[in-house]
Structures are given as C-alpha cells and as structure tokens.
Design a protein around this ligand. Structure first.
Ligand code: AMP
Length: 284
C-alpha cells in the first residue's frame, strides 16, 4: 500500500484506524516521527528506527510557528513537500500528516505545555519560549495520533530529554526512542538549516565536529573549565565569530557538572555561522 497523505484530524484518525485494523489484522503498533519537513538523511534514519519498532509509521510535517522566536527563521524555513513525501515513502512510511496552522491552532486555542526546569538552560536560555512551543506541538501530535512510540534525534539532545520528561509527567502512554546524531561525510550534524550555509560557511562549519571530538578525546586529562576554553578558542581560531554557548552538563538530566565528578558528561554547543544557528553535542 502506498503512503497516505492526511491533512486534518479526521483524516488522521481514519487513516490510523484503517492501518491498525487493516492488512495486519492485529493490534498493530504505531510509531510517530515528528518533523518540520525539508526531509534529509537524518529524518530517514528516524523513519527506519520507527519501522524497526512498530508495524505502522506515521511521519508529520509541520513548521510550528509557536517554537520560533520573533527574529528567527520561521518565514524562510525550507519547504519541499513533494520531495519530502517521496523520501518518506521510499523509507516505508505509511501515513504522512501535514496539518496547516489553523488545524493545529484553531481560533480560541489557548494552551501551552512547559517543562520549566529543563527548558530554562542551554538553548532554552537563548531561545525563550522555544521549548514551550516544542512541548505543546509534541503533546498535541502524541495525543492526536495515540502513537505507541515516538522517535527523536540526539542532535536535539535537550529537546529529547524534555520530551521524555513531558511524556513521563503527563503519563502519556508513548515510548520515546532516540537515535544518534546523523552526520555528513565531514562530521557536520545534518540539519535542514545547513541549506542556509554557502561554501565558505560550510568550510567553517566542518570544523565543529573535529573540535568537539578532540575535546571528548582529551576530556579525561582536563578540568571542566579548560575543556570549555579549549572548545571556545578552537571555534574562534576556525573562523566561528559568534559562540552562543559552550557548556558541559550531565547527560542524564542536564545538571551542572563539577571537577569532583566528571562522569556521564556531555558537551553542548551552539554557534552562529553568518546568521545560521547550529547546535551539536557529544558524550565526553
Ligand atoms: P526537525 O525537522 O529539524 O524538527 O527534526 C525532526 C527530528 O529529526 C527531531 O527529532 C530531530 O532531533 C531529528 N534530527 C534532525 N537532524 C538530526 C540529525 N542530524 N541526527 C539525528 N536526528 C536529527
């Protein structure tokens, strides 16, 4: 059966019901893969992981206005619906939900979901209200679909932990499945926003992974402060002019880390290359 495209809640529910009771003729399980479109290799890996765990795979394409700040790239976010559908279908996606803004946020919509502590640090500190937008849309998509599994990438590691907390605290019966960060041949974490980079920008961006990998390899022999300075100095030397943050935190809960207990550490970075904000993280 070819992929089914649905654009409203009724269509979504009908399609899921048909798939759940359809050819599989069993209590088929459903995995959801939320995306903002501009489908790339990493999204395809999410679909493959979804397929590995569930009978039915639902991808969503929605550029969520609620998670963009005023001066961010909502209006220029890349869109390629036709191509996206082909790519998602070729990886075995069964249903693609492409709602419009009115479907998700109808007149009178007045709700936001917040995971305040985890959302107040790292990207949340720099992008106020971003994670509130993410939590609200993810909650809606999980409840609308009733998915048994949802797949998210470690590239957005803070987002992943926030969503795990959200699902746990709201008792949403959905298991969150992470996948590792997918990188291109130069180690750059794949992102829809990489499209904004010209050749010169890309050459600079290609240093990010080398620098954080280097920091990870030397982490044992250094204190926290020296590792952070090492990364910052190398970023500046490689032509990155604007560093948003470089921090080391506990991988399991994003707590701050001290030199007395450097275990389970993760390095988190956000930088601007031209006007493009890139994030990455690595286990130390
Ligand atoms: P986006 O379309 O950028 O909102 O991303 C949708 C999903 O894909 C999120 O779960 C992201 O964490 C995940 N994702 C995006 N880029 C990557 C990547 N390079 N590696 C792993 N997951 C990714």
């Amino acid at each position: 059966m070819s992929v089914e495209i649905v654009r409203d809640l009724r269509g979504l529910h009908t399609s899921i019901a048909r798939h759940r009771n359809g050819p599989l003729n069993t209590a088929a399980s459903l995995a959801i893969v939320p995306t903002m479109g501009a489908i790339h290799k990493a999204h395809e890996k999410l679909i493959i992981e979804a397929k590995r765990n569930a009978d039915i795979v639902l991808a969503t394409i929605f550029v969520n206005p609620m998670q963009f700040g005023e001066n961010e790239d909502f209006n220029k976010y890349p869109k390629s619906e036709e191509e996206d559908i082909k790519r998602l279908e070729s990886k075995g996606c069964n249903i693609i939900y492409i709602p419009n803004v009115e479907t998700i946020y109808p007149d009178g919509f007045d709700l936001s979901i917040n995971v305040p502590k985890l959302s107040s640090i790292l990207c949340g500190k720099k992008r106020p209200a971003h994670f509130e937008g993410v939590c609200t849309i993810v909650t809606k998509l999980l409840l609308q679909s009733g998915a048994d599994y949802a797949v998210f990438g470690e590239k957005d590691y803070q987002q992943l932990l926030i969503i795990k907390r959200l699902v746990k605290n709201l008792d949403i019966p959905c298991q969150i499945l992470p996948i590792e960060t997918v990188r291109d041949e130069n180690g750059l974490a794949i992102s829809s926003r990489n499209q904004y980079l010209n050749t010169e920008n890309r050459n600079i961006a290609n240093n990010i992974n080398k620098i954080i990998k280097n920091a990870a390899n030397n982490y044992k022999n250094k204190d926290i402060e020296s590792t952070i300075n090492f990364v910052k100095n190398n970023f500046l030397d490689s032509g990155i002019k604007k560093i948003d943050y470089v921090e080391i935190r506990k991988g399991e809960n994003l707590d701050v880390i001290s030199n007395n207990d450097k275990s389970n550490a993760r390095l988190f970075i956000a930088v601007y290359i031209n006007d493009t904000r890139l994030i990455d993280n690595i286990k130390l």
